[in-house]
Each structure stands twice: as C-alpha cells, then as structure tokens.
Write a protein that binds this ligand. Sequence first.
Ligand code: DGJ
Length: 713
Amino acid sequence: MKSIISINTDKSTMVYGVNKKNKLLFLYFGRPLKDKNVFFGHHLVSKPDTDRCFETMAVPTLGGDGFMGEPMLSVKHADGNLSTELIYLSHETIDTDKNQRITTIKLQDALYPLFVDLNITAYQEQGVITQQVNITHRENGCIELQSFYSGYLNLKAQQYHLTHFHGSWAGEMKPTEERLTPGSKSVESKKGVRTTQTDNSGFLLSLGQPTQEDTGEVIGGSLAWSGNYRMNFEVDEYLNLNVLGGMNPFASAYTISNTEKFQTPALVLSYSDRGIGQLSRNFHSWVRRYNLRHGSSARLIVLNSWEGAYFSFDQNTMTNMIDQAAELGAEVFVLDDGWFGNRHPRNSDSAGLGDWQVNQSKLPGGISYLANYANAKGLKFGIWIEPEMLNPESDLAREHPDWIVQRPGREKLLWRNQLVLDMTNPAVQSFVFSVVDALKVSVPNIDYIKWDANRHIENIGSHYLAKDKQSHFWIDYTKALYNVYERVRAKYPDLTMQVCASGGGRLDFGSLGYHDEFWASDNTDPMTRILLQYATNLFYPAMATAAHISTSPNQQTGISSPLKFRADVAMTGRLGVELQAKDLQGGEREFLKSTLSTYKSIREIIQFGDLYRMHTPVDGSGWTSLCYVTGNRREAVMFLFSTQAHGRGIYPTVRLKGLDPHSKYQVEEINIGEKAHWVDDRSLSGEYLMNVGVNFDVTLAYESVVLRLSETN
Ligand code: DGJ
C-alpha cells in the first residue's frame, strides 16, 4: 500500500488505501483504530498473482478493475465507451470546525478526462460519517451517467442481518429484519415525490447475529435525498457484503456536458459496537446539530385543525378551536387543509388545490384575522400548504396545463384527485416559492408552515425538459424542490416548517435539512404509533417527531384507547393535539390541560436528551419502555407502555439506562391517570435503577406510566 487515508470519529474509523497501481481501495469501516500503519504491509490475498480479484475499489465502476458487482459509478463516455477505471490523484482535508473534517479524494479515469471527487465528512463526537461524490469531465461532448451512487462500503463478517423499513399510508416504517444471503437485495423508491411512503432509505446492518439494543456491531445508514433512491446490499462470491446507497439509477440516465457538475446527495453512515441504541443516539445528536433546522430550540406544542375539523369549517369553527387551544395550553395553532379556493372551493380533496387564495365564504376575515386572533390568545399561528400539487378542478390547471407532470398523449392518472406540478420548470419553482412568499408577505405573523405532498408520480413526462433529457426528471424534480426550499429558507430563516407527505412520505435527512419537524404518519392511533415512532426514532429524533393526541375511537383504526395512554405516547415526541377539544367528556379536558403543562416541564429532557430503549415493540415482551436522559445525566424521563394483556402478577421490570450509577435520583410519577403506579418516595441510586430495576403493576393493554427522575446529590 502506498498511502493510507483514515477517517476518524470518536466512535469509528473508515480507512482507504492507495495501492502501488495508484488505485483507491476501500479497506475498513468499524471500531476506532489507533494504528493505521498496519495497513501498509497489508495483504488481503494469499495468492499475490490474483490480487486484483480481492482488492476492493473505493469507487467500483462498470468495466473497471475486473469488478463484476453492482457498480457505484457507470458512465457512457462521449465516444460510447462503457468502461471506466479510476486512478487516485490526490487528497486533502479541511476542518470546518473542531468537530467536522472533510476529506476530498480526487480520482480520474485512466483514459478519459473524467473526474470524480469522493468527499467524506467525519463528525467527531457524533460518530457519523457521510460519503458524497462530485463528477465532472472534459470529454469531447456529453457523457451519460448510468449509475451514480453516493457511497460504498465493503464489509466482511460471518453473517449479515439487514433491518429495513417498509409500510404504506397510515402504517409507515414497519421494521423487517432478514439475514442476507449471497446475491443482491435492494431497498428503493421509484415513487418520486412521496419517496419514503413505502420504504425508508434508513437501514441497520448487523455484522453478526440479528441486531441487539446494546450489544453487537451494527452500521446504520440513510440517504439525504427526497427523491428516488436505492440502497443495494450484495453478498458477493467471496461472502463480502457490498453496500451502495444513492439516487436510484432507475429510468434516470443523466447526461452532463463538459461544463456541468453532477453532485450526489450524502449517504449518512454511523457505526456502533454497542448495538442499535448507540447508533440511534449518534444519529439523533448529528441531526440536532447538523441536519435539522433550529435543532437547539425547544419545540412548541401544536394544536392542528385537521382531525378536529377536516374540510368542514368556517371562521367561527377556527376561532373556537383557537380558544380551546389557548385554554388547553397549546402554543401554536395550525390551520390545516381546506382554507383556500373560491371558484373551486376546497371543501373536499377533489377541488381547489393550486388556487392559493383564501376562501372568502369560509374565512371572510382572511388568514390575517385568524393569525391575529391566535396571537391575541397567546398562540403562534401556522398554516397548511401543498404547493407542488393541483386538482384538475382548479384555476391553476386551466391556466397552466403545461405545468402538469404528464405522460404525453395519455390519460392523466389521478391519485387523491390530484396531479403534480413539474418542478423542473423554473416558472413552476417560482410559483411554488410564491405560495409561501405571498402568505408570508400578506400575513407576516405566520410562524409555521406544514408543507404536504399527497401523491407520488406515476405519470412520467415533463413538458419543460428537452426530448433527450426526459430521464433527468426524477433527479431534477428533487433538486428543484431543494432550490425552492433554499429560497424559502434564505428569506424566512425563522419560519418553523413541518415536512409531511400523507404522513411520513418524505422523511429523510435531505428534507429534514430544511425543516424543523416531520409528520410521521396520518395514523394517530397510540398502539400503532408505539411501533411507528420506535422505528422512526431509530434514526430521527424525538424533537422532530410530531406526535398528536387525537380523539377516541381513533379515526383511522376505529379503536378506542384511554386519554392517558394517548397522551403518554404523544409525549415521547413533539407533543401536539389534533381533536375537537370542545367535545372532550368529563374530566378529559382537565387531564389534557395538565398533560400539556407537564410536557412543558419535561420537554427539554425529551427533546434534547439521549434516548435509551429498555423494552422495545419488537422484542416480543409486550411492553415498550424508554427513557430520555440529559447529557449531564441529572434528569431523566421514563415511559412504560403495555401493548398487550399479560396476566395477573406478571409485572415488567424496567432497568433504566444512561443514568449515573453514583448518583441518587428522586423518582416521581407524572401525568398520573386513574391509578398511580409509583408510591415510593425514597431517592434511588442510579446503580439500583439500572441494575435491579423497578417493577410496575402494568399488566393490561393500554396501561402506561411516566416517571421523572431528578438527581438529588
Ligand atoms: C395529509 C396529511 O398527512 C394530513 O395531516 C392532512 O394535512 C391532510 N393531508 C390534508 O389534506
């Protein structure tokens, strides 16, 4: 090996090497390594004459170095040659701050002026490493990129177990764990706009036995991209695992001229040798510090109008809801769908989308009346939009038929009675920007935007893109969306924004970079939410997880549940409310009020604390328990849920995690419902709480407990 390039965080090391033939090799990703010199004498092969088969290129290419698997990069050169073989040119590192180091490795095709920069960013404390690629060339004419993944890992273990996340509307993020066997497995989206509705790009890869919460080597990854993606896991003939993650090459051949640069999104990776619990904490702290908007500000309690009013409301309905929201102690009121359209009033999902003028008959005072009303009651005001979409029954569809994504000459297929605007067209981008801008200019006290997207794209075809660039659509759509987000963020940096796409349809590190939070699912049933939020929070943190208390029986599942259980589940994320508070029965209003007030006293622990999971919804125990612990370990909040009936006397033992064993903690039950579960007023040591644990009489489905722990010494 001629030189070694090592990328380090506090929790992991990734190593690349340059061999004698000037080829960049991928050598290692795993536990932190102190001695990199070991790689200099490194022989991966016992038979030196066949070494090319066993050396793993850092950027495997089609037709390069004898590589036969799924290539990270495949290029049709300007002269039609399909092979690419890269050589190492140089590398440099830049420290952007004490915690963040970017290593750029420059590569070039041995025959062509095709240049590939591999950028690897290491986030020291968080243990997160991202891989990303820039491609340029000076060939005589355009080149066609046929696959263009962002990152690649080559792993060696005796077994590989992959956990990926699958689902559909109202049932997103269902984890599936499977052992990888020789061959390829890919997790991908071809859906365009709602790209994570069915499968999320987040994955967990256990190097050995199936994943464990606190033990075992595991790698987690996800793509910072809100368009089509593919994560490819290929166990090759030597039983090595090749992992690729990037934009989906599906139907997306991309030509670039010799003056253009092609940039891939970042593949975000983390390694843990302490199971998936540590991996989640790595991702959460990275998201809060480097990904999410306003990641150091506490999130406010939202009351959203959707499940309480749907499309049937007028000004009085909304001012009543604001009154109720203020009385309960909510801090933001969000007016959801249904507020716009005059010639085509938005009274159902079949008309009006695209006509972003306030509906005069529903809201004669306009949006500013409601925003001022909310402010006068001490609440911030937010509003729902879905600016990339339109109903055929709208003025917009009549005025701009060429703005609609459509299959030339064929029927426009509807989904939720709507179509998608062609964001590749700069005029459409300006229109989408103007939806936010016009609202903010006319009503400056809009503080929160919920940005929705309720269909995916099956009608492929852009009026705007040239004939030979139609396959650019998927990538250009997402880049255009990001351009608009950039414009919005440049002008309105303080705006709170929620990403929503019929629930968790756009939940990825790409969209999160422009938002403050996400709507994980339209399913607000607490039992479903326990699994859904568990899986979502494997990657994405509680502070960004909008979790709303809704009515019972639940409107999606028809299942009834106690208010306390609904409240406790919602408190594990960014608490909100989504119901008609005036319909609350008996003591429910008082209980809800006290929940909101309790949440305010513990939200910093939940939103900024480290998440530890004790029982999980996938461990078969029938309980879920978790705790959030502040960085200094002085405060914690524990949640316990029973998700099934266990039988009399079968009590869960909860051994807390993350506390200081040498400290004593005052333990107090909070958000108590009909029955108290904690009557002990002794202070207990961290050692006791974590090793002996505590039992609760929580044996029936829908029972739950919340404890607050505060250090006493
Ligand atoms: C889908 C979202 O997920 C819901 O919360 C709501 O905003 C509706 N769209 C409105 O049409």
